[in-house]
Design a protein around this ligand. Structure first.
Ligand code: ADP
Length: 199
Protein backbone atom coordinates (compact mmCIF):
# COMPACT_ATOMS: atom_id res chain seq x y z
CA UNK A 1 0.00 0.00 0.00
CA UNK A 2 1.33 3.45 -0.93
CA UNK A 3 0.14 6.35 1.17
CA UNK A 4 0.64 10.11 1.13
CA UNK A 5 0.41 12.15 4.31
CA UNK A 6 -0.36 15.66 3.24
CA UNK A 7 -0.49 18.59 5.62
CA UNK A 8 1.10 21.83 6.80
CA UNK A 9 4.50 22.07 8.49
CA UNK A 10 4.48 20.76 12.06
CA UNK A 11 1.12 19.02 11.52
CA UNK A 12 2.50 15.74 12.82
CA UNK A 13 3.03 13.94 9.52
CA UNK A 14 6.41 12.58 10.55
CA UNK A 15 5.16 11.39 13.94
CA UNK A 16 2.23 9.55 12.41
CA UNK A 17 4.25 8.20 9.48
CA UNK A 18 6.70 6.57 11.91
CA UNK A 19 3.87 4.95 13.90
CA UNK A 20 2.15 3.62 10.77
CA UNK A 21 5.50 2.49 9.35
CA UNK A 22 6.19 0.34 12.40
CA UNK A 23 2.66 -1.04 12.65
CA UNK A 24 2.15 -1.90 8.99
CA UNK A 25 5.67 -2.64 7.75
CA UNK A 26 5.56 0.23 5.30
CA UNK A 27 8.53 2.55 4.70
CA UNK A 28 8.34 6.25 5.58
CA UNK A 29 9.96 8.48 2.98
CA UNK A 30 10.38 12.02 4.26
CA UNK A 31 11.89 14.35 1.70
CA UNK A 32 12.61 16.84 4.51
CA UNK A 33 14.61 14.21 6.43
CA UNK A 34 16.45 13.20 3.26
CA UNK A 35 17.39 16.82 2.57
CA UNK A 36 18.58 17.31 6.15
CA UNK A 37 20.72 14.16 5.86
CA UNK A 38 22.17 15.46 2.61
CA UNK A 39 22.93 18.80 4.32
CA UNK A 40 24.54 17.02 7.28
CA UNK A 41 26.80 15.13 4.86
CA UNK A 42 28.28 18.48 3.89
CA UNK A 43 27.76 17.94 0.14
CA UNK A 44 27.39 20.95 -2.15
CA UNK A 45 23.84 19.88 -2.95
CA UNK A 46 23.04 19.55 0.74
CA UNK A 47 24.43 22.99 1.58
CA UNK A 48 22.39 24.56 -1.21
CA UNK A 49 19.26 22.75 -0.08
CA UNK A 50 19.77 23.90 3.52
CA UNK A 51 19.91 27.54 2.40
CA UNK A 52 16.62 27.13 0.57
CA UNK A 53 15.02 25.32 3.52
CA UNK A 54 16.14 28.05 5.91
CA UNK A 55 14.35 30.61 3.76
CA UNK A 56 11.18 28.54 4.01
CA UNK A 57 11.17 27.95 0.26
CA UNK A 58 10.81 24.77 -1.76
CA UNK A 59 13.80 22.86 -3.06
CA UNK A 60 13.68 22.39 -6.85
CA UNK A 61 11.46 19.69 -8.33
CA UNK A 62 14.45 18.28 -10.19
CA UNK A 63 16.39 17.58 -6.98
CA UNK A 64 13.36 16.19 -5.14
CA UNK A 65 12.16 13.95 -7.97
CA UNK A 66 15.63 12.50 -8.49
CA UNK A 67 15.91 11.80 -4.76
CA UNK A 68 12.60 9.92 -4.77
CA UNK A 69 13.42 8.01 -7.97
CA UNK A 70 16.61 6.72 -6.34
CA UNK A 71 14.82 5.80 -3.12
CA UNK A 72 11.66 3.94 -4.12
CA UNK A 73 13.36 0.88 -5.57
CA UNK A 74 15.13 0.02 -2.32
CA UNK A 75 14.13 -3.36 -0.87
CA UNK A 76 12.74 -1.67 2.26
CA UNK A 77 10.07 0.00 0.09
CA UNK A 78 8.79 -3.30 -1.36
CA UNK A 79 5.75 -3.54 0.95
CA UNK A 80 4.76 0.06 0.33
CA UNK A 81 5.66 3.60 1.19
CA UNK A 82 4.33 6.43 3.30
CA UNK A 83 5.27 9.68 1.55
CA UNK A 84 5.68 12.46 4.09
CA UNK A 85 6.25 15.98 2.75
CA UNK A 86 6.08 14.81 -0.85
CA UNK A 87 4.64 15.62 -3.36
CA UNK A 88 4.54 19.37 -2.81
CA UNK A 89 4.05 20.54 -6.39
CA UNK A 90 2.02 19.42 -9.37
CA UNK A 91 5.22 18.40 -11.20
CA UNK A 92 6.19 16.22 -8.24
CA UNK A 93 2.71 14.63 -8.09
CA UNK A 94 2.76 13.86 -11.80
CA UNK A 95 6.31 12.51 -11.65
CA UNK A 96 5.34 10.27 -8.74
CA UNK A 97 2.34 8.88 -10.63
CA UNK A 98 4.57 8.10 -13.59
CA UNK A 99 7.26 6.44 -11.48
CA UNK A 100 4.70 4.27 -9.70
CA UNK A 101 2.82 3.39 -12.89
CA UNK A 102 6.07 2.25 -14.50
CA UNK A 103 6.37 -0.21 -11.61
CA UNK A 104 2.75 -1.35 -11.79
CA UNK A 105 1.94 0.58 -8.64
CA UNK A 106 -0.13 3.60 -7.64
CA UNK A 107 -0.99 5.82 -4.71
CA UNK A 108 -3.67 3.95 -2.80
CA UNK A 109 -4.61 6.69 -0.39
CA UNK A 110 -3.81 10.30 0.36
CA UNK A 111 -4.88 11.81 3.66
CA UNK A 112 -4.92 15.44 4.63
CA UNK A 113 -3.83 16.24 8.17
CA UNK A 114 -5.79 19.29 9.16
CA UNK A 115 -4.45 21.39 12.06
CA UNK A 116 -5.48 24.86 13.27
CA UNK A 117 -2.98 27.61 12.56
CA UNK A 118 -2.45 28.56 16.23
CA UNK A 119 -1.71 24.93 17.09
CA UNK A 120 0.87 24.75 14.31
CA UNK A 121 2.60 27.81 15.70
CA UNK A 122 2.67 26.25 19.20
CA UNK A 123 4.10 23.00 17.83
CA UNK A 124 6.68 24.94 15.86
CA UNK A 125 7.91 26.61 19.06
CA UNK A 126 8.08 23.32 20.93
CA UNK A 127 9.90 21.60 18.07
CA UNK A 128 12.39 24.41 17.76
CA UNK A 129 13.24 24.10 21.44
CA UNK A 130 13.50 20.31 21.24
CA UNK A 131 15.20 19.80 17.86
CA UNK A 132 16.75 23.17 17.06
CA UNK A 133 15.96 22.93 13.36
CA UNK A 134 17.22 26.06 11.64
CA UNK A 135 14.11 26.27 9.43
CA UNK A 136 11.82 26.29 12.48
CA UNK A 137 12.56 29.92 13.34
CA UNK A 138 9.47 32.15 13.33
CA UNK A 139 10.18 33.86 9.99
CA UNK A 140 11.02 30.72 8.03
CA UNK A 141 8.02 28.96 9.52
CA UNK A 142 5.68 31.77 8.50
CA UNK A 143 7.00 31.48 4.97
CA UNK A 144 6.59 27.71 5.02
CA UNK A 145 2.97 28.08 6.08
CA UNK A 146 2.36 30.51 3.23
CA UNK A 147 4.04 28.12 0.81
CA UNK A 148 1.90 25.30 2.11
CA UNK A 149 -1.31 27.20 1.47
CA UNK A 150 -0.11 27.90 -2.06
CA UNK A 151 0.88 24.38 -2.98
CA UNK A 152 -2.04 22.74 -1.18
CA UNK A 153 -4.35 24.77 -3.43
CA UNK A 154 -2.80 23.00 -6.43
CA UNK A 155 -1.81 19.55 -5.19
CA UNK A 156 -4.99 18.70 -3.25
CA UNK A 157 -7.32 19.34 -6.22
CA UNK A 158 -5.06 17.13 -8.37
CA UNK A 159 -5.73 14.19 -6.04
CA UNK A 160 -9.36 15.12 -5.30
CA UNK A 161 -9.95 14.87 -9.01
CA UNK A 162 -8.89 11.23 -8.86
CA UNK A 163 -10.78 10.25 -5.71
CA UNK A 164 -11.60 11.10 -2.13
CA UNK A 165 -8.96 12.74 0.06
CA UNK A 166 -10.05 12.02 3.64
CA UNK A 167 -9.33 14.70 6.21
CA UNK A 168 -7.82 13.79 9.56
CA UNK A 169 -8.33 16.06 12.55
CA UNK A 170 -4.70 16.61 13.48
CA UNK A 171 -5.56 18.85 16.44
CA UNK A 172 -6.19 15.78 18.58
CA UNK A 173 -3.50 13.97 20.57
CA UNK A 174 -1.08 11.54 18.86
CA UNK A 175 -3.07 8.38 19.69
CA UNK A 176 -6.37 9.91 18.58
CA UNK A 177 -4.84 10.98 15.28
CA UNK A 178 -3.41 7.48 14.72
CA UNK A 179 -6.87 6.01 15.41
CA UNK A 180 -8.42 8.15 12.69
CA UNK A 181 -5.71 7.13 10.22
CA UNK A 182 -6.19 3.46 11.00
CA UNK A 183 -9.95 3.68 10.44
CA UNK A 184 -9.21 4.93 6.95
CA UNK A 185 -6.53 2.32 6.29
CA UNK A 186 -8.87 -0.47 7.41
CA UNK A 187 -11.60 0.85 5.14
CA UNK A 188 -9.20 0.90 2.24
CA UNK A 189 -7.98 -2.58 3.00
CA UNK A 190 -11.44 -4.13 3.08
CA UNK A 191 -12.80 -2.32 0.02
CA UNK A 192 -11.28 -4.59 -2.65
CA UNK A 193 -12.38 -7.72 -0.79
CA UNK A 194 -15.96 -6.51 -0.49
CA UNK A 195 -15.90 -5.73 -4.18
CA UNK A 196 -14.43 -9.06 -5.25
CA UNK A 197 -17.08 -10.98 -3.30
CA UNK A 198 -19.91 -8.99 -4.78
CA UNK A 199 -20.99 -7.66 -1.38
P1 ADP B 1 7.64 20.30 7.47
O1 ADP B 1 6.73 19.19 7.09
O2 ADP B 1 7.59 20.60 8.93
O3 ADP B 1 7.47 21.50 6.57
P2 ADP B 1 9.86 19.01 6.19
O4 ADP B 1 10.94 18.37 6.95
O5 ADP B 1 8.90 18.13 5.47
O6 ADP B 1 9.13 19.90 7.26
O7 ADP B 1 10.45 20.03 5.11
C1 ADP B 1 11.45 20.97 5.43
C2 ADP B 1 11.87 21.74 4.18
O8 ADP B 1 12.45 20.84 3.21
C3 ADP B 1 10.75 22.42 3.41
O9 ADP B 1 10.42 23.68 3.94
C4 ADP B 1 11.38 22.54 2.00
O10 ADP B 1 12.32 23.58 1.92
C5 ADP B 1 12.15 21.24 1.88
N1 ADP B 1 11.33 20.17 1.25
C6 ADP B 1 10.92 19.02 1.85
N2 ADP B 1 10.20 18.28 0.99
C7 ADP B 1 10.13 18.97 -0.18
C8 ADP B 1 9.49 18.76 -1.44
N3 ADP B 1 8.78 17.66 -1.66
N4 ADP B 1 9.64 19.70 -2.40
C9 ADP B 1 10.36 20.80 -2.19
N5 ADP B 1 10.97 21.08 -1.03
C10 ADP B 1 10.87 20.19 -0.02
Amino acid sequence: MNIIFFGPPAAGKGTQAKIIQDKYGLQQISTGDMLREEAASGSTLGKKAQEIMDMGLLVSDEVIIEMIAKRIDSPDCAKGVIFDGFPRTLAQAQALDKMLAARGKAIDIIMELDVDQDKLVQRREKRQQEEGRSDDNADAFKKRLQQYNDYAAVVLPYYKNKGAVPKIDGNKNVEQVTDQIEVILRGKDSAPRAFCCGV
